[in-house]
Every structure is written in C-alpha cells, then in structure tokens.
Design a protein. Structure first.
Length: 80
C-alpha cells in the first residue's frame, strides 16, 4: 500500500498529467497545482488518507504549500 503522501502526490499528478513528478519542497500553490476549485476535494482526500478530520476553522494556506508541509501537518510525519 502506498504511503499517504504518495497518494496525495498521485492525486495532484492525475490532475496535472504534464508533470512527471513533484518535488517535496515545490510550492504547490504558486505553481497552481492546488487551486480553489479542487480544494474541497483535496481536503477530503487528506482526511481519507490521513485517517482524521481536518478542522476547517483553523486552515492556513502555508500548510498546503508543499508536500513536505502537508505530510507534517496532516499525515503525521515530521519534516527534517
């Protein structure tokens, strides 16, 4: 079974087939890989692969900028 962050990466790549890969420190927002139209679906995915609900009242855009940050904040990993 794929790691949760690999599932997140696959979800993004599916929506951006022109990309071969995504660096873990690439700014997903500045590079328009996550946008407002798909954000609700993206949150649902994070809850599903992370196994816990996300408090919508405490969302911060910086928590979604990179795969590293997403993994640390929502998937229980630590960023080195």
């Amino acid at each position: 079974m794929a790691r949760p962050i690999d599932q997140v990466k696959a979800w993004i790549l599916k929506r951006h087939p022109e990309r071969g890969d995504i660096a873990s420190d690439l700014d997903l927002i500045d590079n328009r890989l996550i946008d407002s139209l798909a954000f609700a679906e993206f949150l649902f995915l994070l809850e599903e692969v992370g196994g816990q609900p996300i408090d919508r009242d405490s969302l911060a855009v910086d928590d979604f900028r990179t795969l590293d940050r997403i993994e640390a904040k929502y998937l229980g990993a630590t960023v080195g």
